[in-house]
Design a protein around this ligand. Structure first.
Ligand code: HEM
Length: 504
């Protein structure tokens, strides 16, 4: 027997085998640890507060927005944090890099989006398969064209009338209204009907609205799962189990809506036209070339997520009420351009409200409810001098970019709708608008995967704010200061208590 065969046989003896395995593991661990230490030095970032869980406790905290901004200012536009020793997030806040990544549609990172899977498994925003995403996006596009969006006006007008009925009642009794809840109820009623074909009666049921209660259980927890996906997979926390239960109920409701729309569908039609139907009908009844439904019931149901529009409306009301000069200018515009007896303005009327449009843009800059998008590159890439490593989460996050003084000037932390006028000192109502540099403003994300609901959200926001400020004088509860909560989207933690008085 040869010497080498003997040596090999000896190595197969149990004690030697265990020793060899140990050496292999040690070598693997040493290699991993060296590459981890190298990665730790690759980009600046806050020191880790835990050896194993890195910066996780900071990123899970309620004031994470302030931290993102502070880190951006301290460490520069590209910095990193660690969710665990195995997982880091590189925050990309250099507009040139943001626009390159988003415009070339780098893939979304499955590990990160798997945290949102419990609610949004096959929803468009969480679709990881690029081919399926292209198909789905093409299928959804007709439902979000400007003409189709405008056709949703009667539904929005109907719910705005219920909205003002509710406020009129509170105004009569001089009672406080929590606008952060009322705005959510309004958008639930609206989106429930146009996008899911369901009358939720949210405004009518108020705090007792079941969907509202489910959202309270689901959305803040879902954001935590998005940041740390393992949390959703191993539901040891009570809040995670409550989230799963809420999602199940939500799915059952949406599933019934899809089934009932399909039950009355005419199966002989090869493809349903868009006509002037609700968005939901266009989606649920759309058929592909083979005559089958383009979207599975699961795909439609998974899109039944939280709508950030309500929070944007709440933030706008809050900022307007804190700035008397903004309020005065807005009401002057509304009084000049809307008829005296107007309750809910028409689309044509709100399209002329330029200052209101600037308020909305500024709200989405200052406190945009949607944070941005998670992407990755499958290989190492150098872009504008930054070496981005393969398979690492890249967060194209707007909270810090939207408040970067290098991009927005020394008053970046001020809420100032006037910045949307041109910068040449011209503030004439008809003057050209200020256009931010590419990659510096992306409340609805950016590039081919930007938000599909932008037009619908802008319509909801403009009509609601115009209706509200034309009809009422609103005052914030004394000494109220909003606290922000990074739920699935940014929202108010302590509501928005406001008194309303009918304007004469
Ligand atoms: C102010 C309100 C809104 C904001 C700030 C907002 C923001 C965003 C952002 C940041 C994304 C990218 C998410 C990511 O990549 O992870 C997104 C995607 C998306 N949004 Fe919105 N959104 C709003 C309202 C709406 C509404 C009302 C709808 C539909 C009813 C909608 C439908 C979608 C869809 C379908 C996507 C996925 C697009 C894709 O992946 O191709 N959004 N939105």
């Amino acid at each position: 027997m040869s010497n080498s065969l003997l040596t090999f046989q000896r190595l197969l003896q149990p004690p030697q085998l265990v020793f060899c395995l140990f050496l292999l593991l040690l070598a693997r661990f040493t290699l991993f640890f060296v590459s981890y230490l190298k990665a730790r030095r690759q980009f600046p970032g806050p020191p880790v507060s835990s050896m194993w869980f890195g910066n996780l406790s900071e990123t899970m905290s309620d004031d994470i927005h302030d931290k993102w901004r502070a880190w951006h200012r301290k460490y520069g536009p590209i910095y990193q944090t660690w969710n665990s020793i195995f997982s880091r997030v590189i925050y990309v806040g250099d507009p040139r890099v943001v626009s390159k990544i988003a415009n070339s549609n780098w893939p979304k990172i499955p590990t990160q989006y798997s945290g949102f899977k419990p609610l949004s498994g096959s929803a468009l925003f969480a679709q990881m398969d690029q081919e399926r995403w292209k198909q789905q996006r093409k299928g959804l596009a007709p439902a979000f064209q400007p003409q189709t969006v405008n056709e949703q006006y009667p539904t929005l007008q109907k719910y705005l009338m219920k909205f003002i009925e509710e406020i009129d009642g509170a105004a009569k009794h001089g009672s406080l209204i929590d606008f952060s809840t009322l705005d959510v109820l309004l958008t639930l009623d609206f989106v429930g009907e146009v996008a899911f074909g369901t009358e939720l009666n949210a405004i009518r049921d108020g705090e007792n609205c079941r969907i509202l209660q489910i959202f309270h259980d689901v959305l803040p927890e879902l954001m935590k799962c998005g940041l740390f996906p393992l949390r959703a997979k191993i539901p040891i926390m009570k809040s995670t189990r409550l989230m799963h239960r809420g999602i199940k109920e939500l799915r059952e409701l949406a599933y019934i809506a899809v089934q009932s729309a399909r039950a009355s569908d005419d199966e002989t039609k090869p493809e349903s036209g868009t006509g002037s139907r609700r968005i939901f009908e266009i989606l649920a009844l759309q058929r592909g070339a083979d005559g089958g439904y383009l979207f599975s019931a699961k795909e439609l149901v998974d899109n039944y997520g939280g709508d950030p529009t309500a929070h944007a409306i709440t933030f706008a009301i809050y900022e307007i009420l804190k700035k008397p000069d903004v309020l005065t200018k807005l009401q002057a515009e509304l009084d000049t351009l809307l008829p005296h007896d107007c309750e809910v303005p028409t689309i044509e009327q709100v399209s002329r409200l330029r200052y209101l449009n600037f308020i909305i843009k500024e709200t989405l800059r200052y406190n945009g409810p949607g944070f941005g998008t998670f992407r990755y590159t499958p290989r190492n890439v150098e872009i504008n001098g930054y070496k981005l490593p393969a398979n690492t989460t890249l967060a194209l996050w707007n909270p810090q970019v939207h408040r970067d003084p290098n991009l927005w000037g020394p008053d970046a932390d001020e809420f100032s709708p006037d910045r949307w006028y041109t910068k040449d000192g011209q503030t004439a109502v008809e003057g050209p608008r200020f256009i931010p540099i590419p990659g510096s403003y992306f409340p609805f994300s950016y590039g081919p995967r930007k938000c599909l609901g932008e037009g619908l959200a802008m319509l909801e926001m403009s009509l609601t704010l115009a209706t509200l400020f034309k009809r009422y004088d609103l005052t914030l509860q004394e000494r109220f200061n909003m606290e922000f909560l990074p739920s699935f989207t940014l929202c108010s933690k302590n509501g928005l208590p406001v008194k309303a008085r009918l304007r004469v």
